[in-house]
Ligand binder design. Structure first.
Ligand SMILES: [Zn+2]
Length: 143
């Protein structure tokens, strides 16, 4: 008997960030090729046998990431003055998070803030987000 079925989609994007007050070089603005692995569950599979169509995840979550995070500078809202100075000089799109933009906090933000809005009324729940910051390092946020 299968107890639990989930499905997971990868979404990649490029962004810059800085980890404020980091003890070492991560306090400087630098970039990553991030990979999101978003995992979904539903009470029951749909008529075709899916948790959610992978294309729907690409459209909804991929669309959100394209619009809000891809090729942006992701900063803690405490760094707003810095973000505004860069935006004024370069036109850089800046996204402000309520926390320091570590992989952990970015995964948590997708899980607790973004996905509930995107999938809220569909009965589909994002139950875990893995955010790869480098090919060797990731953080998990699990509902
Ligand atoms: Zn980094």
């Amino acid at each position: 008997m299968t107890k639990h079925i989930t499905c997971t989609r990868k979404i990649e994007f490029d962004a810059a960030h800085r980890v404020a007050e980091h003890e070492s070089k991560c306090k400087y603005i630098h970039g990553h090729r991030y990979t999101i692995e978003a995992t979904f569950e539903a009470g029951t599979l749909d008529a075709l046998g899916r948790v959610v169509d992978f294309g729907v995840v690409r459209e909804k979550l991929g669309g959100w990431v394209d619009h809000h995070w891809d090729h942006t500078l992701i900063l803690w809202e405490r760094d707003r003055q810095l973000g505004e100075a860069i935006a004024a000089q370069t036109g850089q799109q800046v996204f402000y998070l309520p926390h320091n933009p570590t992989a952990e906090r970015m995964a948590e933000y997708l899980l607790t803030t973004v996905c509930p809005v995107l999938f809220g009324e569909s009965g589909i729940v994002c139950c875990a987000v893995r955010l790869w910051e480098t090919p060797n390092c990731y953080a998990d946020a699990i509902a």
